[in-house]
Each structure stands twice: as C-alpha cells, then as structure tokens.
Design a binder for this molecule. Sequence first.
Ligand SMILES: Cc1cc2nc3c(=O)[nH]c(=O)nc-3n(C[C@H](O)[C@H](O)[C@H](O)COP(=O)(O)OP(=O)(O)OC[C@H]3O[C@@H](n4cnc5c(N)ncnc54)[C@H](O)[C@@H]3O)c2cc1C
Length: 466
Amino acid sequence: MKNSFHPLRPEHLDRLNEIVGASFTHTDSQNLSIYGRDETEDLHFQPEVVVKPADEKEISQIMRFASKERIPVTPRAGGTGLSGGALPVMGGILLSLERLNRILEIDPVNAMAVVEPGVITQVFHEEVEKLGLFYPPDPASRGSCHLGGNLAESAGGPRAVKYGVTKDYVCGLRAVLPSGEIIHHGGKLHKDATGYNLTQLLIGSEGTLAIITELTVKLLPFPRYRLTLLAPFDQLEKAVKAVNQIFLAKMTPSALEFMEQDAIQASENHLGKPYPHSDAAVHLLLEIDGQNKETVERETHQLGKILMDTGAHDVLMADSGEKQETLWSLRRAIGEAIRNISIYKEEDTVVPRNQLAPLIKGVKEICQKHQIRSICYGHAGDGNLHINILKEDMADEKWQAIQKTAIREIFELTVSLGGTISGEHGIGLSQKPFLPIAYNEAEISLMRAIKKAFDPQGILNPGKIF
Ligand SMILES: Cc1cc2nc3c(=O)[nH]c(=O)nc-3n(C[C@H](O)[C@H](O)[C@H](O)COP(=O)(O)OP(=O)(O)OC[C@H]3O[C@@H](n4cnc5c(N)ncnc54)[C@H](O)[C@@H]3O)c2cc1C
C-alpha cells in the first residue's frame, strides 16, 4: 500500500496541542503502540500522534487543520474491530473518541436516547435497562466496544435475528466532515423522508466519510421474561435442519447461535469452565424473550420439541440470570479463545440462512484441500457464519499464500450461495482485496464517488474499503 502523505512536522504537533491540550496529545512509544492495534489478527500500524478531543468543536478544528495540511486522520472508538478499520495504516493522526462518552439524554416518552459516540455499549445497555428500556444491538464485544464504533460498522450480535442490527436503531446523528464542517441528519423521529438518508449512508461507512459526534437511537420496552436453551447435536445437518424447522414453524427466537465442537472446546479451555456436552459436533444456543411469562414458556416448550424432533441429544434450559450468563459467557469468549490458539484470520460471511449447510460443508472442503484448520461459529438465525482459519505451525510464507487462496475460494462460494463477504465486521483493511468478489466495477465506482464527495482529499481513514 503506497503512502502518499508527508510525515508530521513539529509545528503540526504544536497546533494539535493548542486545540486539545498537551495532556490529550500523545507521541510516546507506549501510546503509539497501543493505538496502533485493534483486535484484527496480528496487525499493527503505528500512528504519528494520538489525539483525544473533548468535543465536536475540537474535532471540527482538528479536521479543518488536517484538511488544510493534508494529514491523514483515523477515527477510533473501542478498538475491538475485526477488519482493521481503526488501524492508522498511513500514520498521521489517530483520533480517539474515548472522551466523548456521555449519555446526553434517555427520553422514555419518545423511546429515544441521545448519546456521544464513546459510550461503551454495555454501559448504555445497563443505563436504559434501569428505566425498563431496551437497546437490542449486542455485539459479543459489548463490554469494550463503543456505540460510535457500532454505528461505523453497523454492528450486529446474537439478538439480530429478532431485533435487527445497529442500522435499525439509529434515527439521527451529528458528524464532522473531513473539511471540518458540521452536519446533522434525522433526530428523535420514527419517520423521515426528507431528501437522501445521510444517517443510513454514514452507518457502516467505517470512519471513511465523516466523524460521528452524536447519535440518536431508538429504544424498545425491555422484555421482562427470557429463557435460554442449549441443544447439542451429533451432526451438522441435524442442527441446520432444526434452524430451518424453527422458522418454518413461524417462530422467531431472540437468539439462535451456532458453535461447532472446536469452538466450544477452545472457549472451555480459555475460561477453564466446563460446557455441557462439549463433545457434541455442534451446539445451538437459543433464546426466547417477551413480555408475557406464559407465552415465553409456551414458545420455549415448542422450540424444545422442534430441537428434539430434529435430533438434538438433549435440550438444556437456563431459566435464571446466572445460568444464562454461564452459557453466554462461553459463547462470547470464543473469539478471544481462538486468538489464544494461533495466528488466525476471521471471515464474516453471510448467506440466506437456508444456505448455511452448503456454506459450512464447502468451507470444510476448501480448508481440507489446503490443509488448514478452521473453526466456525456464528449467528445461525441470520445465516452469519464466522470462519476462523488458523496458522498454527505453518511456515509464514506458506500461510501468506494459502490463506489468500483459501479466503478467495470461501468468499466466491459465499457469493455463489447468494451471500456476501461481511455481515457485521466491515471491509476495513483486511477484506479490501476481496471487495470485487461482492461488487462489480460500476458498483465500486459509485462507492468511490460517494467517498470523493465527502472527502475529496482522501484524508479520512485512508487505505480502507477500496
Ligand atoms: C471478542 C469480540 C467479539 C465481537 N463480536 C461481535 C459481534 O457479535 N457482532 C459484531 O457486529 N461485531 C463483533 N465484534 C467486532 C467489533 O466489536 C465491532 O465491529 C464493533 O462495532 C467495533 O466497535 P469499536 O468501538 O471497537 O470500534 P473500533 O474498532 O475502534 O472502530 C471500528 C470502525 O469505526 C470507525 N469509527 C470509530 N469511531 C468512529 C466515529 N465516531 N465516527 C466515524 N467512524 C468511527 C473506525 O475508524 C473503524 O473503521 C467483536 C469483536 C471482538 C474482539
């Protein structure tokens, strides 16, 4: 990747100090190293300076200055991204949004909240829940990712199968353009047909079009009852049949997760906690929620019957918060557990859910052909499969060559099944070479034209998506 930007000069740092204050401008090696990584594989790109503005006004001043001096700027939220979106690949300014971390308003009458982008997702969940309200998007990283990062990736999570993803909840935003100008769109509105929908355009734009400084999000009543089921299967085909039967029965669980044996065992080893039936080939983890106890119980019973009829060995029910948390903690730890095994690459494929079985079967064939170990898990109810391929003791050169071929084959298979190459992690840096598998030249040109309209100098998060 060619870097066409010049290194920062001392007077640039002086100006940044003036805008945000010396205590929020960092050039020491420890900070540059920490902010040079996210959670994407083993990638590391050092910024030249880390800047932590306090508010939208300071961000606007920074962008005006960066635009005048043509300095690259990479926005960063919680740094949990899995496609390298927050990596400052061209150096320059790493703009951390962590100080914009206030919940500005929770408005129960309109069922909306106004928040800054640096609010940690789990903190927001807990605050709205105190008022009997519910913000469904729940990435497994919710303890450390931020609402701004969720917006920039249109993050999903286990509840997406019933409740949708971040794009379904953001009704308005404020943002700073690369030029430093401030824009707003939408608000506490359930409808808005006024011109192009800039809110939806910025959702999932991976920090390449504008810097989000405020979000208005929709809230729902908190579901008062929730039951969790765990169903082990001895064959993938039976588990996938169960998924299809659940939807044919017109049921919509609030979570329907898939984990193969290696994923469960990695998580067990990582947390040192046993998982029931961890020798089963596949587990489905399901949740039913609602406002009425009898309805939730009836639907859970119905789900249990479908799972047994389609070949589950057993159906375990967690009816207390503590038991539910035990099951979910093992599910949430899978990503981190895999990272501890080996250098890896994670793909975030998504297909129509009835194509999940051919996708998994095809992935296993591709990996067997290239003699690479894969560990799969994900959101079966959404057809969203996380495929991790592991380097283990493979020589570096062989790994570089094989992973590119294998990933290309996996993505081509995904697209041939009616799917696409990212369901919720974004394209960022790591999936960039594969974008032409998903889109043709006309489609990519249109996206490039949108980027140019927002950022004619290409200073905002350069080196991403295209
Ligand atoms: C263990 C683990 C589990 C995960 N589980 C899930 C999951 O279940 N579902 C899911 O969807 N993802 C998941 N992820 C991926 C990741 O957590 C999400 O993509 C999350 O939305 C990233 O948020 P962040 O705050 O960490 O953003 P960062 O990684 O800091 O940034 C992500 C992108 O957003 C841009 N950005 C950040 N802030 C702004 C802003 N204010 N304005 C404009 N652009 C901005 C950055 O430039 C970057 O391109 C998981 C990650 C890990 C490590």
